[in-house]
Design a protein around this ligand. Sequence first.
Ligand code: UP5
Ligand code: MG
Length: 248
Amino acid sequence: MWRLVTSLTALVSSSKSSILNQPASTLKIWKSLTTETPILARHGISTHDCTPFITFVLGGPGSGKGTQCAKIVETFGFKHLSAGDLLRREIACNSKYGSTILNTIKEGRIVPSEVTVKLIQREMESSDNHKFLIDGFPRSEENRIAFERIMGAEPNIVLFFDCPEEEMVKRVLSRNQGRVDDNLDTMKKRLKVFEAWNLPVINYYAEKGKLHKISALGTEDEIFEQVRPLFAACEQINSKTLLFLEGQ
Ligand code: UP5
Ligand code: MG
């Protein structure tokens, strides 16, 4: 069903009046989906019948990306791909890049784009789902450009969990799940990398009108109440599109 999103541009002129009656969240999603053709799918992810619907989930270390992704999966049936988890899996299975990835993560630096994009590509191609949450990627403009080049795709929407540094530090240091990067020394480096390399990507998508900034302070449920309407709006737009196309 998500393939139909690509037909939204064609729909804009004919259904503008009914769309204008929608709530603000729906309108913002509508705008971000139609400001340009969202999906190109020329290269790596064109093997499925459906064009994927891609959400990038961005935010600093400990801002709650993974926590909110789990809720989106539960409520809206997306496939969750955490770039960090995919990299940690490579370490755990001693792949050829394992030790390089481990050292990079310990230093809070960014793993080479080709490695991460290939891992994401493999997961997307082997999934039956075509609604993807890509969590913690892209972390730099170079990551973003590599994704577009290798996958031939852009995200439909981008979430940014905006969280104060003190709160992120507090959450990461109390997580206690044995992650090699959850210590004060590495956390300081992760925050610096976030500011220097991730923020330009966030600004890029803000300028493109694709960014949805969420305040990441509050309880997990309170934060999800900001997230829910975005995806509900996507579903609403999509079902309207489906009805429209069925009437063609
Ligand atoms: N928590 C969550 N929400 C809360 C709330 N509202 N109130 C109170 N507590 C809350 O949450 C963090 C902790 O906070 C948890 O204990 C949670 O219960 C609690 P989580 O949802 O895990 O936050 P998240 O933003 O996912 O934090 P994470 O530490 O995973 O973010 P990072 O972006 O730092 O980590 P990631 O795993 O993506 O990457 C790790 C490293 O891998 C990077 O530093 C980098 O070296 C490397 N990497 C790359 O090189 N390239 C990539 O593309 C991706 C990663
Ligand atoms: Mg995470």
